[in-house]
Design a protein around this ligand. Structure first.
Ligand SMILES: Nc1ncnc2c1ncn2[C@@H]1O[C@H](COP(=O)(O)OP(=O)(O)OP(=O)(O)O)[C@@H](O)[C@H]1O
Length: 263
């Protein structure tokens, strides 16, 4: 990892020497990674490289035995998973996490729920304020749906949408949280070639409009190479390489790791 480049601007996310162990399995050993403001950083590596474990560590779903993860210069140690969204970290999962019987708008509103600071007691004793917050949440969710081109589907049951639209809705829900960084775990899984292309354009547009930092875990190399500013490669739970898409494409160690997997 090149520390001189980190000094130019403080990364939104910075992990140093993170190790995670599951019983006897060392899933991550001393991995480091940073994501700059407004950057799309790809995280790739053959199956079992430790990519999802890293996202789980960065969102406090799993504990790391050693190392540190900083968000905007603040350590994440001790932060509960449920508080990560309030800290500005939103993520999507490999398997869609949507509420099928709720409308698209309701699903997206859930993304902003943490900003309402609402509670049953507040709703009872300060109903006007609770209603104003609800209205503002609804307006913000509609604005995000406009942004991702789904405003006309707001009233539809989420479960009735085609799969690519459900994925798009998941992104909208993450954006409703107004995150500083968006963590995408294999978002192109299950999409056709044309749908992947559209999805890439969506993510690129979001990054440009919002100057949002994105960490993208993805096996679809076409998407990774076209979308990412920089790519970090894990292999067998360790850092293997880091560079621009062009550098990674021609990196012998990366090629060997992927060929080894194919073999
Ligand atoms: N909960 C767990 N318990 C035990 N071992 C685990 C657990 N989660 C992950 N592992 C192991 O940790 C290693 C890293 O797995 P991880 O899922 O992070 O890799 P990955 O790079 O995301 O793989 P893929 O691309 O297949 O999703 C693997 O050896 C995996 O079997």
């Amino acid at each position: 990892m090149n520390d001189s480049s980190i000094e130019e601007v403080r990364p939104v996310l910075q992990a140093r020497d993170v190790s995670v162990q599951f019983g006897g399995v060392k899933a991550l050993t001393d991995v480091s990674l940073f994501v700059r403001p407004g950057e799309i950083c790809g995280l790739i590596g053959p199956n079992g490289a430790g990519k999802s474990t890293f996202l789980n560590a960065a969102t406090r779903l799993v504990n790391y035995a050693t190392g540190s993860i900083m968000l905007d210069g603040q350590p994440l140690e001790g932060v509960e998973t449920r508080d990560m969204i309030g800290r500005g970290v939103a993520r999507t999962f490999q398997n869609l996490g949507i509420y099928a019987s709720m409308t698209v708008l309701e699903n997206v509103m859930l993304g902003a729920h943490h900003r309402l600071g609402g509670s049953f007691a507040k709703a009872i004793f300060a109903p006007l304020r609770a209603r104003a917050l609800e209205r503002s949440n609804r307006e913000k969710a509609m604005a995000v749906l406009e942004e991702v081109g789904m405003a006309n589907l707001a009233a539809r049951a989420a479960g009735s949408l085609a799969y690519p639209l459900q994925k798009r809705m998941e992104i909208a829900r993450a954006l409703a949280a107004e995150p500083k960084i968006l963590l995408l775990d294999e978002p192109a899984g299950g999409l056709t070639h044309g749908e992947v292309h559209e999805f890439g354009a969506l993510v690129d547009g979001i990054r440009r409009r919002r100057n949002l930092s994105i960490l993208l875990i993805e096996h679809h190399m076409g998407l990774v190479m076209s979308l990412c500013d920089r790519i970090v490669v894990f292999h067998l739970g360790r850092n293997l390489a880091e560079g621009t898409p062009a550098e990674i494409k021609s990196n012998d160690a990366v090629i060997a790791a992927y060929l080894g997997k194919a073999a």
